[in-house]
Ligand binder design. Structure first.
Ligand code: NAG
Ligand code: NAG
Ligand code: NAG
Ligand code: NAG
Ligand code: NAG
Ligand code: NAG
Ligand code: NAG
Ligand code: NAG
Ligand code: NAG
Length: 679
């Protein structure tokens, strides 16, 4: 009997040492071994053998959740005030490649443990694009985010944030911690792979929420983030507590090794040395292991691994050079893409893009639809730079840029994998005899979308990226007819290819800024010129150079100018709109189109200004100036003034009109189609 009793006691002790429960509103997990019944898991989440909880693995675009199984009372039903709570947890983030990985991890209190329809990537598995920001979400989260998303106003690529019903943080701070004596703040790199302990404390009486971080077992007395908030409206009477994590284009494993929670009290801090450790990071190395003391066996395994890899790659015909590995994990295998596009079957052909054929594909495994662009590119020159540029833009996201999902190189072929745009390219809806005529609202939304993508490329990203080939054919439409700019930087690849001794101009006739034919140097301003041409096309429903048109209407911008001067500019508006449009918006777009089409780069607005005009944040200039390069008159060229009503311009021209304003149009005879390349 005594034996049985002691056995029972030992068993109890073992149980207690890993999990202790007192009430439903207080618990502590030191590892999650044997706690399956207390923890609800979904998505990619699982409990590993040693008891560590793994929310995601290295698969892109994953979501993983774990919640405390039973709901917890968070609110006093008598006075409707949220209770105080306190929690401490230990987590680690291991990026797939050293220093490269995404997307983020969050502690969350929400109304349901089944976050159905929640998206990965920047949505952290908490909500989706349609419900983000909705007050009926009842989601509170503390995010640990290591991807800088400009749309969400993220302050850096290593921050913590307090999120209420939305992923736009109400308060955020760079990840850091105070030293024990509070004398110094030290940075913490979230994706360093180290175990980080975080405390989230809410004081109901003071309506104060603190987030504290540390790399050790003891809690610093100063929080990194303190926010004054009343959580009562966000909480319902019963809420679920847990964690959510997601991966994006780049992936990371997210682990939770311990968790304590207390309602109306102070959560016990976790002793990190008593928690299960993160499994040896099977992180892919991108650097050579020269000089690292490795055991002979490990070296042998490594060597055979590498040779196997190389043999496999040679068999597949993929060309892999060391710099390609540095660019990161966007690389698809040729086999995968071949399967996705059913062997690049003609039936899957979506069209002929600027630089090659575009195929529709379905990625095996995930069933994600993609567009695969196959470009023949024999030269390696410029390829490396081009790939690192587009893949790093791919890491940041912009709603109006067609998202690059990955790439592959095989012999002379470069394959770029993009998100699939179900509604095709804009040119199909505005030129010739479109099946569907876009309404003015749709056109205006598309224009604004493209403008915001351009601002991102030109000004918001770390370095200025010149698109070089803005035109209707490169504006793609998603299922909701939002305009997204595709093919950024591709033209550059072809510039690199050219004989360096001749200045080759790449772009599309009609969209080429005149200075390009002289200097050959594309600038943000030459992109603005092309955007101007696009604006006029969308309003007028015709190509910048329309060979079928009457001679005086051949060059779109000249024709619009003529009509503007005559004071009958609304005559240029696409007749297919049947007069149904917002006159003020149309005038703004036409005026902006003319401003951007100025022959002098200095006179064109900046991309930022373009967006401000379109958003109505800045009034359009009253006077339009048309600089004619060498033909400028004393008064600065031709002027057109607008009436106060702004619906019809008054014409007050002081100089005569000269032909050949658009030099790009006169340098060579018009091509049969406006979208043909001119090199
Ligand atoms: C709930 O609110 C009522 C009224 O303010 C108060 O008497 C009661 O003690 C509160 N209960 C808790 C658990 O705080
Ligand atoms: C977004 O999430 C809500 C639930 O929060 C769900 O009802 C809706 O279907 C989801 N939307 C999409 C597009 O998945
Ligand atoms: C918020 O969500 C509710 C229910 O899901 C829905 O009825 C409401 O229209 C949404 N509000 C907004 C602004 O999207
Ligand atoms: C938090 O931010 C959301 C929008 O991001 C806003 O609607 C809400 O009012 C903010 N809440 C607090 C308490 O500041
Ligand atoms: C956060 O860190 C980034 C870069 O590390 C820095 O540019 C930014 O100013 C910091 N923000 C705050 C609020 O400290
Ligand atoms: C938040 O931190 C401050 C110190 O900066 C402290 O005075 C306060 O008590 C803390 N509040 C909570 C709820 O822990
Ligand atoms: C755009 O795509 C959506 C979804 O694929 C489709 O329902 C819609 O009809 C398309 N719109 C046009 C104008 O083709
Ligand atoms: C470019 O010009 C330089 C000298 O002007 C010459 O040495 C070189 O061979 C030329 N390169 C090519 C590719 O023609
Ligand atoms: C402005 O337009 C209104 C009608 O839209 C017209 O009655 C008025 O005369 C116009 N004013 C000027 C200065 O053209």
């Amino acid at each position: 009997m005594a034996k049985i009793l002691s056995l029972f006691l030992i068993l109890l002790l073992i149980l207690l040492s890993s999990t202790e429960f007192s009430q439903a509103d207080e618990f502590i997990f030191r590892g999650f071994k044997g706690s399956g019944s207390k923890i609800y898991l979904d998505g990619a989440a699982e409990i590993e053998k040693n008891g560590i909880l793994k929310l995601t693995n290295y698969t892109p675009r994953l979501v993983g959740h774990d919640f405390y199984e039973s709901p917890i009372k968070f609110k006093n039903s008598t006075d409707g005030k949220a209770f105080s709570f306190s929690t401490a947890f230990a987590f680690s983030i291991i990026p797939e490649y050293k220093k490269l990985g995404g997307h983020g991890f969050a502690f969350t209190v929400c109304k349901s443990k089944e976050l159905k329809g929640a998206f990965p990537n920047q949505f952290l598995g908490l909500m989706n694009a349609s419900d983000a920001g909705n007050f009926s979400n009842h989601v509170f989260a503390v995010e640990f985010d290591y991807v800088k998303d400009l749309e969400l106003g993220d302050i850096s690529d290593n921050h913590i944030g307090i999120d209420i019903n939305s992923l736009i943080s109400n308060a955020s701070a760079n990840a850091s911690c105070f030293t024990q004596d509070n004398s110094r703040k030290e940075g913490i790199i979230l994706k360093s792979g180290k175990t980080i302990q975080a405390w989230v404390d809410y004081d109901s009486a003071r309506q104060e929420l603190n987030v504290t971080l540390s790399l050790s077992s003891s809690k610093p007395s100063v929080p990194v983030l303190s926010f004054h908030v009343d959580l009562s409206p966000i909480f319902m009477d019963y809420m679920y507590v847990g964690f959510s994590a997601s991966t994006g284009l780049l992936a990371s494993s997210h682990y939770v090794s311990g968790w304590s929670f207390t309602m109306e009290g102070q959560a016990q801090s976790l002793d990190l040395s008593r928690l299960p450790s993160v499994p040896c990071p099977r992180q892919k190395q991108l650097t050579l292991l020269v000089g690292t003391p490795l055991s002979a066996a490990a070296l042998l395994i490594l060597a055979s691994g590498i040779s196997l890899y190389i043999v496999r790659k040679i068999k597949n015909g993929d060309v892999v050079e060391s710099w390609e590995l540095e660019i990161g994990p966007h690389r698809f295998s040729y086999k995968e893409l071949k399967k996705a596009t059913k062997g690049f079957r003609d039936k899957e052909l979506l069209g002929f893009g600027g630089f090659g054929k575009v195929y529709k594909g379905t990625l095996p495994g995930s069933n994600t639809q993609v567009a695969v662009k196959r470009i023949n590119h024999e030269s390696k020159q410029g390829l490396r730079e081009f790939l690192s540029e587009i893949t790093s833009i791919g890491r940041l996201r912009q709603r109006n840029l067609v998202q690059l999902q990955g790439w592959c190189r095989r012999r002379g072929d470069l394959l770029l994998v993009y998100e699939f745009m179900p509604n095709g390219s804009l040119d199909k809806y505005i030129f010739d005899e479109p099946k569907t005529v876009l309404t003015w609202e749709q056109r205006f939304k598309i224009i604004k979308g493209v403008a915001s993508a351009l601002v991102y490329l030109h000004e918001e990203w770390e370095q200025t990226v010149i698109h070089r080939d803005i035109k209707a054919g490169n504006v793609l439409l998603d299922s909701e007819m939002n305009g997204k700019l595709g093919d950024f930087g591709l033209a550059k690849l072809y510039n690199h290819d050219a004989d360096p001794n001749t200045t080759s101009v790449v772009g599309t006739l009609g969209y080429l800024a005149p200075e390009l034919t002289k200097t050959g140097k594309p600038t943000a301003s030459s992109d603005v010129f092309a955007f101007g041409a696009l604006l006029l096309e969308v309003v007028c429903g015709r190509r910048p150079i329309e060979p079928k048109a009457m001679p005086e209407e051949l060059i779109l911008v000249d024709w619009v100018w003529d009509k503007w001067k005559e004071g009958s500019v609304l005559e240029v508006v696409d007749p297919r709109l049947k007069g149904e449009y917002d006159e003020l918006q149309v005038i703004i777009v036409i005026k902006l189109g003319l401003l951007c089409s100025n022959n002098a780069p200095r006179k064109r607005p900046t991309t930022r200004q373009v967006v401000r005009y379109l958003e109505g944040e800045m009034p359009m200039p009253q006077v339009l100036e048309y600089d004619e390069g060498q033909k400028v008159d004393d008064d600065g060229g031709r002027r057109v003034e607008e009436s106060e009503n702004s619906s019809y311009p008054l014409s007050s021209l002081s100089t005569s009109i000269c032909d050949g304003d658009i030099e790009a149009g006169t340098m060579s005879p018009p091509l049969p189609r406006g979208d043909q390349r001119w090199t």
